[in-house]
Design a protein around this ligand. Structure first.
Ligand code: NAI
Ligand code: MG
Length: 501
């Protein structure tokens, strides 16, 4: 471990984790990568390397898939009752809670987000995700089906359906909520009795590896959860195309989502995708501005805008445009940007040099195209990947900053006239992940909610996530839903059993 990590006041358990080898979890054992190679994990607040982790490739994916197959087809996981499975999953939720400090520290070190937020949001939601799904393990019901078999008069039948685990699942996750994305993926898959090969993002592997330790401590049988670190093309791609994998679940860019679909075609494995967004956030003139203004600011600035659901297109009814946009710009200017380990930090650095370059290039493109930055528009400091919370006005629908996902703390604001105009404009995007509406008029809110082509509509709130609430996208924002009972379908097959009496 380098000096960077020891500069922070980290817990003993985190320091111990960082100073032990950070390998891969395959078949219940911690092992080096097949190639023996490692790669560096960078602290985004400084740009300096913190530790090295094992660097997986196709050979590690092969080993992990074989371990997952074995655990799926034989052994204790295969014969475990739903109640026993549910208890293990619940126990993992408890362990996450009792290791909240370490997990949040790793999240801050790896991703840059403020420690207090990592603990209160990421870790708490991850624990809750496992507890929510633990209860479902005993409730995966089939149907008893009265059938008629019209071409066989006089016969008698009994028929039913069974919900069965889909099999070996590959899960590829991003870096914006590293632990929480692992939880969103693992919890429903385990509840359904699947076995998993998880590939964390190369920018943020640490909390998933720590979670792997907790999975072992909880007592999950060997091979039920395997974790292979590595890069997209080198590790993710062989998992997505692997003939031994029955289903792949992916969260990340729309561009890679399309590659996943192609890779999955070989054995027609099932696919779910949670991809990008350019979500509209609509403020009507009758909104409670005392909550709409800070709500619009946090819709984009939460997690430094690195949210697939970020409210990145802010639409404000004409008559209140100046008040709202100035309020949001004022809020942006007051945000304290700094290291996630400083107690008063409200916004940390972006996750990586790549994202920093990407987001600052969008800012420059916006300014070059004639947009005006009411707040922000550039980097903060000279070290680490910090950028200013940014509010653009004088924008139009042709601008790159209005059309493309920026995935940073950058919002474009535009005025609108009425509900018909805003319904069309809000839907004028290839994405359809989330949306927000701020109004006191309940009919208007419901009417617009119906017209928005998006997987989530938040009314008088934004970025509200709950394990029970399905989340996912229309259009190019993805396939399928995560969370809620809907996510169980991602990991189940339905078998019809038909008996002649
Ligand atoms: P990405 O889509 O390349 O990475 C996400 C995950 O996919 C990582 O684990 C990565 O290793 C893996 N991956 C990359 N290429 C792969 C391949 N060919 N086959 C299989 N797995 C592969 O996203 P990246 O490059 O980190 O970020 C680029 C942009 O993507 C962001 O600026 C943002 O717009 C979007 N994004 C969206 C996220 C979301 O939550 N929907 C999360 C992260 C990024
Ligand atoms: Mg990429």
């Amino acid at each position: 471990m380098c000096a960077v990590a020891s500069d922070y006041d980290l817990s003993q358990r985190t320091l111990q984790f960082l100073s032990s080898p950070r390998q891969q979890l395959i078949g219940g054992k911690w092992v080096d990568s097949a190639s023996g190679q490692t790669f560096g994990v960078v602290d985004p607040a400084t740009g300096e390397e913190v530790v090295q982790v094992a660097r997986g490739n196709a050979a590690d994916i092969d080993a992990a898939v074989a371990a997952a197959r074995k655990a799926f087809e034989s052994g204790p996981w295969h014969s475990m009752t739903p109640s026993e499975r549910g208890k293990l999953i619940w126990k993992l939720g408890d362990l996450i809670e009792s290791h909240a400090r370490e997990l949040a520290e790793l999240e801050t070190l790896d991703n840059g987000k403020p420690f207090a937020i990592a603990q209160a949001a990421d870790v708490a939601l991850a624990a809750d995700q496992f507890r929510y799904y633990a209860g479902w393990a005993t409730k995966l019901l089939g149907d008893s089906i009265p059938i008629s078999v019209v071409y066989a008069p006089g016969t008698e039948w009994q028929a039913y359906s069974r919900r069965e685990p889909i099999g070996v699942v590959g899960q590829i996750i991003p870096w914006n909520f590293p632990l929480l994305m692992a939880a969103w993926k693992l919890a429903p898959a385990l509840t359904c009795g699947c076995t998993v090969v998880l590939k964390p993002a190369e920018q943020t592997p640490l909390s998933a590896l720590y979670l792997g330790q907790l999975i072992c401590e909880a007592g999950f049988p060997d091979g039920v959860v395997n974790i292979v670190n590595g890069f997209g093309e080198e590790t993710g791609a062989p998992l997505a195309s692997h003939p031994g994998v029955d289903k792949v679940a992916f969260t990340g860019s729309t561009e890679v989502g399309k590659l996943i679909v192609q890779a999955a075609a070989g054995n027609l494995k099932k696919v779910t995708l949670e991809l990008g967004g350019k979500s509209p956030n609509v403020v009507f003139s009758d909104a409670d501005l005392a909550s709409a203004v800070p709500g619009a600011a946090s819709a984009i600035f939460f997690n430094h805008g690195q949210c697939c659901a970020a409210g990145s297109r802010l639409f404000i009814e004409h008559s209140i445009f100046d008040d709202v946009v100035n309020g949001v710009a004022g809020a942006a200017k007051q945000i304290k940007v700094g290291s996630g380990f400083q107690a008063d930090t409200q916004m940390g650095p972006l996750v990586s040099q790549e994202q920093f370059d990407r987001v600052t290039a969008f800012m420059e493109a916006g300014l070059a195209a004639g947009a005006e930055a009411l707040a922000g528009g550039g980097r903060v400091g000279t070290r680490g990947y910090f950028v200013e919370p940014t509010v653009f006005v004088n924008t139009n629908h042709e601008m790159k900053i209005v059309r493309e996902e920026i995935f940073g703390p950058v919002v474009t604001a535009m005025p609108f006239k009425d509900i018909d105009e805003i319904a069309a404009v809000a839907n004028n995007t290839n994405y359809g992940l989330a949306s927000g509406i701020w109004t006191k008029d309940i009919s208007k809110a419901h009417k617009l909610a119906k017209r928005l082509r998006a997987g989530t509509v938040w009314i008088n709130c934004y970025n509200i996530f709950d394990a029970a609430l399905p989340f996912g996208g229309y259009k190019e924002s993805g396939w399928g839903r995560e969370m809620g009972h809907e996510a169980l379908n991602n990991y189940l097959e339905t078998k019809a059993v038909c008996i002649q009496l």
